[in-house]
Design a protein around this ligand. Structure first.
Ligand code: TYM
Length: 336
């Protein structure tokens, strides 16, 4: 039996965070041994909100290097740039013709982001791309016949929409698409903001103390963890509802060290928050130190460029075949 194919991407809007790593990247690396893993840099998704061309270019390079620095193996995973495969925008258009405006308007991320644009910029300039984002994401998945999609919790709704679109089109045109499943971790699927643990950790947060960037200065990382909001109980106990700050730090510790939450409670039963935060700081710094070292070696290397081209070639073959089938089935092409 052929290997199950998995696909996922990360938007190249800015610095990657520990949330991206623990929710997504760590899964990509762990899954690449057992599955056919395709991972791309979602630069087409990065332009749904204004971004400087120069920044976008630099982000691409930095993200590819970071993917490999985090442990993606060019001999196992297919890593590519989303916009290198033009078929994806073609498919996204076709999918958008089978998706309703209502479905797109109901997406939590669209509601949150459009509200933010209005309140931050005092403008009603909401790009259509922000609304259509999930149809492009569905195209990213359906174009490659991916059976599963490893993501953080915030992307679950988008994958559900991709499933609905696939099923709808399969009903209309015959078996056209594989209906994908999300793969969401039990622990670490939603790493929270260090200053406001009711929100998810995000690379677009305005307060740098809110998130840990994978390329942050390591002393700053320790300080951010020390300054993370906790509660006054001073007891290392997991309770996401009443103790979200310390529970978030426990989640981080658990994902990195592969210790269970119950084991952490026992390990730190007689320790105060200061001691626990030092321990969390140690494991995070140790992880980032390794990643940053590899990143600096890879950033300007020819190899990375070559791996990216290799990845695009492989992805292109799958994409061309699939799009051809879609064009034929939907009547857009009259030659088989
Ligand atoms: P993006 O760039 O917002 O996030 C990339 C991945 O990181 C996960 N993630 C988190 N996980 C845990 N805790 C957090 N605080 C956290 N923040 C982010 C996200 O769930 C995601 O898995 N639309 C996608 C990119 C994309 C994509 C796709 C993904 C485009 N096409 C097709 C899968 C399949 C996005 O913006 O993710």
């Amino acid at each position: 039996m052929s290997q199950k194919r998995l696909i996922s991407g990360i938007t190249s809007t800015g610095k990657l965070t520990l949330g991206n790593y623990l929710g997504a990247m760590q899964q990509f690396v762990e899954l690449q041994d057992d599955y056919e893993m395709m991972v791309f840099i979602a630069n087409l998704h990065a332009i749904v909100l204004p971004i400087e061309a120069k920044t976008l270019k630099e982000n691409i390079k930095s993200m590819v290097a970071l993917y490999f620095a985090c442990g993606l193996d060019p001999n196992k995973a297919t890593v590519f740039l989303q916009s290198d495969i033009l078929e994806v925008t073609n498919l996204a258009w076709i999918l958008s013709c089978h998706t309703t405006i209502g479905e797109l308007e109901r997406m939590t991320q669209f509601k949150d982001k459009s509200t933010k644009v209005r309140s931050d910029n005092g403008t009603n300039f909401i790009p259509t791309g922000l609304l259509m984002y999930p149809t492009l994401m569905a195209a990213d998945i359906l174009l490659y016949d991916a059976q599963a999609v490893p993501v953080g919790k915030d992307q679950k709704q988008h994958i559900e929409l991709a499933r609905n679109i696939a099923e709808r089109m399969n009903n209309k045109f015959g078996e056209l698409f594989v209906v994908p499943e999300p793969i969401i971790k039990e622990t670490g699927a939603k790493i929270m903001d260090l200053q406001d643990p009711s929100k998810k950790m995000s690379k677009s947060a305005t307060n740098p103390k809110s998130y840990i960037g994978l390329l942050d200065d390591l002393n700053q990382v320790r300080n951010k963890i020390k300054a993370a909001i906790t509660d006054s109980e001073n007891l290392v106990r997991f309770d996401m509802e009443n103790k979200p700050g310390v529970s978030n730090l426990m989640t981080i510790y658990s994902c990195i060290t592969k210790t269970t939450i119950a084991e952490i409670e026992v390990m730190f039963a007689n320790k105060n928050y200061g001691e626990f935060k030092n321990a969390v700081g140690d494991v995070v710094v140790n992880l980032l130190e390794g990643i940053q070292k590899k990143y600096n070696q890879l950033l300007n290397s020819q190899e990375v460029e070559m791996w990216l081209q290799q990845g695009a070639k492989k992805a292109q073959i799958i994409a061309q075949k699939k799009l051809k089938k879609v064009l034929w089935s939907t009547g857009l092409n009259y030659k088989k």
